[in-house]
Design a protein around this ligand. Structure first.
Ligand code: DGY
Length: 314
C-alpha cells in the first residue's frame, strides 16, 4: 500500500516490479478510515511522515502486515509500542536528506537575519524608491555563534556549512561530545550565548515545547531561532510574543504545529521578523526521490526476509 499519489523517483517502480501495489490516488492525504481501508490485507505499507501509524491502522491492516516504511526521517506520527506489539517493522529515511535539509537551515538563517523575506515583500509591493543606507539592515550570519540543539546527521551537516561561514559552532546533545566542528555545551549556556539557535531534535514527549517563554527569555535579544525539526518543539505563541515585542530578533520556521497552515489570518503570517516555509526542508528532486526509493527498498528488504536497511531507532 502506498498512501499518496505523485511520489517522485523510481521507488514505486521498484515496488511494482515485485508486488501488487494499491495506491491512494490523490495528492491530499487519505482520512484515517481511508488509510485503514487501503492497508487492509497488505504485507507492506509505504507512507509519509504525516500519516498516523497507530494500533488502529495496524489492526485494520491485519496480520499480514510486516513493514511500514516512512518516506521521512521524522517518525513522531508512529506509535512504536503498537508496532512492536503487532510485530511490524517501521523504517524511516535518515542520511539521504541530511545535506539538503542543512541547505534549508542555512537559507532560513540568511533569510531571517538579513531580513530577506521582508525585503522581497516590500519590493513586490513596489516600495523600492532609492538606495538607502539604513533600510533592511540585518545582522551578520558570518562570524556568528551558532547553537545546535541536537547533534545528529542534519545538525552535523549544518556545522560543516557553518565552518565555511566562519561561525563559532556549539551544540547541546547529551552523549555527543565536542568534535572538530562543534563544542558540546549545556543547554542553558547554548541559549544564552548563541546568536543563532537551530533545532535538530525529534518530537517526543520530552522535546515538546522544549523552546518556550523561559528559554526564549534566555536568548540574546539579537538572536535568531531556526526550526526545521518539528513544529511542536517550539511553543509557537511564546515565539510570536517574543518576536512581536522585540525580545527576539528573528526566527525562521520550516515546520509548525498543525500543518498545513494556510489561513491568511494565521498569526504566523503577520509577524515581519518571522520567515515561514511550507515544510520544504528535504524538497529537492534528488532528495525526495531518494527518500521514496529508500522507503521502497526497506519494504522489499523486509518482505524478502532481510533486516530493514534503516529501521527507526528503538
Ligand atoms: C522528514 O523527513 O522528517 C521531513 O520532515 C518530511 O517529513
Amino acid at each position: 500500500m502506498v498512501s499518496r499519489a505523485g511520489l517522485p523517483g523510481r521507488g514505486l517502480e521498484l515496488l511494482a516490479e515485485r508486488c501488487e501495489v494499491v495506491e491512494w490516488d490523490e495528492r491530499t492525504p487519505p482520512t484515517a478510515a481511508e488509510l485503514h481501508r487501503l492497508a487492509k490485507d497488505c504485507d507492506g505499507a509505504l507512507v509519509l511522515g504525516t500519516d498516523l501509524v497507530d494500533s488502529a491502522l495496524l489492526d485494520a491492516a491485519g496480520a499480514d502486515l510486516r513493514v511500514v516504511a516512512l518516506a521521512s526521517m521524522g517518525f513522531d506520527a508512529v506509535d512504536q509500542e503498537a508496532a512492536r506489539e503487532h510485530k511490524v517493522v517501521v523504517t524511516h529515511t535518515p542520511h539521504v536528506l541530511a545535506e539538503t535539509t542543512a541547505d534549508i537551515v542555512l537559507s532560513l538563517m540568511l533569510m531571517s537575519r538579513r531580513r530577506l523575506g521582508a525585503a522581497i515583500d516590500s519590493m513586490r509591493r513596489g516600495e523600492w524608491r532609492t538606495f538607502q543606507m539604513d533600510v533592511f539592515l540585518g545582522l551578520d550570519v558570518h562570524g556568528a555563534t551558532l547553537g545546535l540543539i541536537g547533534y545528529g546527521q542534519i545538525a552535523h551537516a549544518v556545522a560543516k556549512r557553518a565552518a565555511a561561514f566562519g561561525m563559532n559552532v556549539q551544540h547541546h546533545n547529551p552523549g555527543k561530545p565536542s568534535d572538530s566542528l562543534s563544542r558540546s555545551v549545556e543547554l542553558e549556556e547554548l541559549l544564552r550565548t548563541s546568536d543563532i539557535v537551530s533545532l535538530h531534535v525529534p518530537l517526543t514527549p520530552l522535546t515538546r515545547n522544549l523552546i518556550g517563554a523561559r528559554e526564549l527569555a534566555m536568548m540574546k535579544p539579537t538572536a535568531t531561532l531556526v526550526n526545521t525539526s518539528r513544529g511542536g518543539v517550539v511553543d509557537e505563541s511564546a515565539l510570536i510574543g517574543a518576536l512581536r515585542t522585540g525580545r527576539l530578533h528573528s526566527a525562521g520556521l520550516d515546520v509548525m504545529v498543525d500543518e498545513p497552515r494556510s489561513e491568511p489570518t494565521d498569526p504566523l503570517f503577520g509577524v515581519p521578523n518571522l520567515v515561514v516555509l511550507p515544510h520544504v526542508g528535504s524538497a529537492t528532486e534528488a532528495t525526495r526521490a531518494a527518500m521514496v526509493e529508500l522507503a521502497a527498498r526497506n519494504v522489499l528488504a523486509v518482505l524478502d526476509g532481510f533486516e530493514a536497511m534503516t529501521p527507526v531507532p528503538g
